[in-house]
Design a protein around this ligand. Structure first.
Ligand code: ATP
Length: 242
């Protein structure tokens, strides 16, 4: 095993994975720098979700290596991977996945309380993030009383409240209307930049990808060569994906 380059917080080499015999990733390699917002783009079925799941330790690739800093994620035990996800990573999926018995603020505060933060401090942080995401008025309501868009805002607040080193966002604005989605994404990317949270953002939408610093394009489970000009929102004006 060769250790990853020092300047990459996350590094993957030659990832292969199949679902029930059909290939989803076919030799994907990727490096992500600390504090970078990297969009993983491609059409439906191109392997974006599978890639994020492998990079976040939710799925062990059939072949290949995943390194987080100097730790080989692909050789960790399930318990080690669970701890890594709990302590260092955040995850936002296209569906909110909230605990129905808990209110919005309790759902948001949950990851902090699981890490041992006091209820009082966790509640204060949760309320702060719900406000930032325009969901402060939902704080005392349970998920079933909320529209889908507000549930997703709560899920995003829950992912940000721990200030993870790495945030995996898989089509995070899928349940939101376009204008709502754009506003939530701007909050998410601004928070990531100000707190130096590294973000992997899976999307099939070029407008969403344009908010990232750089884009890695997938097609049929492979990275494709492309020159991508990100817009003014991106930190780097131009990047080459290979
Ligand atoms: N659990 C599964 N069982 C069987 N096949 C799967 C499973 N998950 C994904 N696939 C298949 O693997 C391929 C890659 O899927 P994946 O969800 O990673 O792509 P994606 O780019 O995220 O697509 P989408 O934008 O639709 O979510 C697709 O052909 C998909 O049908």
């Amino acid at each position: 095993m060769v250790a990853p380059p020092d300047n990459d917080v996350l590094w993957a080499r030659a990832l292969h994975h199949s679902h029930n015999g059909s290939p989803a990733l076919q030799g994907v390699s990727l490096g992500v720098r600390e504090g970078e917002i990297l969009a993983v783009s491609g059409p439906r079925g191109s392997g974006k979700t599978t890639l994020l799941r492998c990079l976040s330790g939710r799925l062990v690739p059939r072949e290949g290596e995943v390194w987080f800093n100097s730790a080989p994620v692909h050789t960790m035990t399930p318990l080690q991977r669970e701890r890594l996800r709990r302590d260092r990573f955040g995850w936002i999926g296209p569906k909110p996945g909230l605990v129905p018995e808990l209110t919005a603020w309790e759902n948001t505060a949950l990851p902090l309380m699981l890490r041992g933060t006091s209820r009082r401090a966790a509640k204060a942080a949760a309320l702060d993030w719900l406000e930032r995401l325009d969901a402060g008025d939902c704080a005392r309501l349970r998920p079933r009383a909320l529209p889908q868009a507000q549930r997703q805002r709560v899920a995003i607040a829950r992912a940000l409240v721990t200030m993870p080193s790495l945030l995996f966002a898989d089509e995070p604005t899928a349940p939101l209307h376009r204008a709502d989605g754009a506003q939530v994404l701007r909050t998410l990317t601004a928070a990531a930049r100000s707190h130096r949270i590294t973000v992997l953002l899976a999307t099939h939408d070029p407008e969403v990808a344009a908010l990232a610093d750089r884009t890695a394009h997938l097609l049929d489970g492979r990275r494709i060569n492309s020159v991508h000009l990100n817009g003014a929102e991106g930190r780097d004006a131009c990047s080459l994906s290979v």
